[in-house]
Ligand binder design. Structure first.
Ligand SMILES: [Zn+2]
Length: 315
């Protein structure tokens, strides 16, 4: 059975399949962002911005009594149930603990469960020591019995998801993720193994951990630690290029000038300056300033420097 048919089989409200499919996909995208990019206690917000265009194209919501705003509130309050699309959809192993109401009545749409599929993800495997394709396990459930979840308020529903992913390469033990939901917000509250961040292939093997640490720190909201780590990367990369040991005592500006002198004129004129990145990062580190955009920009400049330097070396 194709993915689309499985997903459609779980659309309960026949009056609005396009809207339900849209929200299902948004939730799956949110789960992907949360588990691959975010660190502990960080949030992803599901954005239902296109509900307006879906509601306009659907007769159900042309009623004056049911506006786009009502639709946004409805999906914020409906229970979401994780589904694994790679196994028999009737498997009891992944039957949700929350009992869905089998109805398509719209008298109280906030009671209708909305199934969403767990996507295949590329995640770090601690056993394979690399990023691997990982599949969601049918053991994934939501709202354990007696856990007080789901908990509904006037504005939204609160839920707890226990999601399992299994590495397709080693297939040993799944990694478990604890995700809390508050309306459209998803927060990563637990993970049974660290998720090392993926670093661009251009980065030398022995320096990859430094940038991975930088990305991990920022994914958990510690921008200052991220800036410290990528500044350290610049320093180590320049020392490596100059064949200096990493514990060599040298002034930063002298190190950067010395490194720049090893570049060709074309490399200096074309590639972003590593010296500029190092100076900026030093300033941010010493003043304990900088935000996520500063981090992203400097990381991007460093990677571009490495790539263009290599490209221009080969010519
Ligand atoms: Zn593995």
């Amino acid at each position: 059975m194709g993915d689309e048919r499985i997903l459609r089989a779980r659309v309960i409200r026949k009056q609005s399949p396009d809207v339900e499919m849209y929200i299902q996909d948004q939730i799956a995208d949110g789960i992907k962002e949360l588990l691959t990019e975010k660190g502990l206690y960080q949030k992803t917000v599901i954005n239902p911005s296109k509900l307006t265009e879906y509601s306009k194209s659907n007769k159900l919501y042309e009623s004056e009594n049911y506006s786009t705003s009502d639709l946004k509130i409805e999906f914020s309050k409906r229970p979401w149930l994780p589904e694994c699309q790679y196994v028999d959809i009737h498997s009891s192993a992944r039957r949700p603990s929350l009992r869905p109401l089998i109805t398509d009545s719209i008298s109280d749409p906030s009671q209708l469960p909305l199934y969403f599929h767990l996507p295949t993800l590329e995640l770090w495997c601690g056993r394979c020591k690399r990023h691997t394709a990982q599949l969601p396990s049918p053991a994934s459930i939501c709202d354990l019995p007696d856990s007080k979840f789901p908990h509904s308020t006037e504005e939204a529903i609160h839920q707890q998801f226990n999601i399992f992913y299994l590495c397709e390469s080693c297939r040993l033990l799944p990694v478990q993720y604890l995700v809390l939901r508050d309306g459209y917000k998803l927060m990563l509250c637990g993970r049974t193994e660290p998720n090392q961040k993926k670093v661009d292939d251009i980065v030398p093997d022995d320096l990859r951990n430094i940038l991975s640490d930088a990305l991990s720190a920022v994914s958990e909201g510690d921008i200052h630690a991220g800036i410290y780590h990528i500044r350290t990367f610049c320093e180590h990369y320049m020392k490596k290029t100059l064949q200096l040991s990493y514990d060599t005592q040298v002034r930063g500006d002298e190190l950067a000038d010395h490194y720049s002198s090893t570049l060709t004129l074309q490399q200096r004129e074309t590639a972003p300056s590593l010296k500029s990145a190092y100076d900026k990062l030093s300033q941010l580190m010493h003043s304990r300033c900088g935000n996520a955009d500063d981090f992203k920009h400097q990381m991007s400049e460093i990677i571009r420097h490495l790539k263009l330097k290599e490209l221009l070396t080969k010519r």
